[in-house]
Design a protein around this ligand. Sequence first.
Ligand code: ADP
Ligand code: MG
Length: 466
Amino acid sequence: MSDLVQDKELIIGWDEWVSLPQLGLPAVKVKVDTGARTSSIHAFMIEPFTRAGKSRVRFGIHPLPERPDITVFCTADLVDQREITSSNGESEVRYVVKTLVRIGGQEWPIEISLTNRENMQYRMLLGRTAIGGNVIVDPNLSCVQGELSAALYDELPRAKGPRKNLKIGILTREPNNYSSERLVAAAEERGHLIELINTTSCYINITSHRPEVHLGGKSLEGFDAIIPRIGASITFYGMAVVRQFEAMGVYCLNSASAIGASRDKLYAHQLLARAGIGMPDTGFARSPKATDELIKFVGGAPLVVKLLEGTQGKGVVLTETKKAAESVIDAFQGLKANILVQEFIKEAAGSDIRCFVVGNKVVAAMRRESLDGDFRANLHQGGQAKQIRLTKEERATAVRAAKVMGLSMAGVDLLRSDKGPKVLEVNSSPGLEGIEKVTKKKIADLVIEHIEKNARPPKVIKPRRL
Ligand code: ADP
Ligand code: MG
């Protein structure tokens, strides 16, 4: 922060043009109000948040009353939350930020409270704590330190993307992982507000007239879009939270039902098969009497046995012979585990392809390969990844698989077989780290761009005449 203070005498009138350089506001007309202690500014969408252990606050400003088209989103350190009584005697708890004010070539730090009274004539009041010893207020004068033009705003860089200032929530239990951080950075760079919401801390108010999601005593309101990142261990609860946001009319990048469909491996395979999408021949049975038939269904050994609840390659077993297949199937059934039996795609030889689908497009693809001769290519099992060029058919298959599941963002895993691409699974919360690093594609930006195109504009409710 600059250590410039009011070193020279400065005469100001009862109103003045100031700039707030740290907030990105080159010109704001303030009313000088020595009757008020603290300075205040008219802000909207005031959102406190914590990043890297620091309390910060984001807010929107329409700095010029006569130019409502100009919106600036500011972020500042939060220094206090204080009960403030305004000139009309009303008191409210306000967030207070500290920032530099510049008037007539001098600048110094001041505290400003954020308030959202739309009817304030001036966007900002300069209170007496902001006026130091060298400043003389002459109430007979107006704008003695000169005018600042609205054109200063036209020179500022515009936020990227067609729709600005959406309020986006990421449902996640891992606010600090790579995927969350990239989505936050991409959204902020494009001028949106983005909040990380801990899925399992949310609680739900199920009422027909006013569905709500709550967190820490507060109702989560005003979201234009939700990005669900629901881990496999909390699918059930996560789906309920997403469903609730859907009931509130919020655009959810992946719907609860789509997440549920992709999580249920058996149901997912049924959906894919019904749509005629290539996949390894697959059988499912409960009774041990069916084992023989099941092995025949998938063309005999070698074959793959999969636990329905497995992820990251755990619970996926390759059995080389019919005898081995029988004993593995018997063992799992003995444990009352739900399993799939699947044709082994030998040509894939320990590698699979992850296609990252956003909307109707594969935006990135990588080939994962096991390093130690394992037939499973999962990176969690020690695999390695490289960028890959997909065939037209592979691209189309991945896009269709995501579509059949109803997912707008998906990681579609497929195997390259002699008979074309075979879909293994469709993931509704695909990670960004591996694939962004390997392909150097900015996938997070494409996800946010997709949301900009698809989030419905907020409903404007007209007041009803009584
Ligand atoms: P998980 O959900 O645990 O990742 P997958 O079904 O994706 O389970 O299987 C893990 C890995 O095992 C795949 O990435 C692939 O490399 C290999 N694999 C799975 N099924 C087959 C199959 N039918 N034929 C050949 N390899 C397979
Ligand atoms: Mg997998």
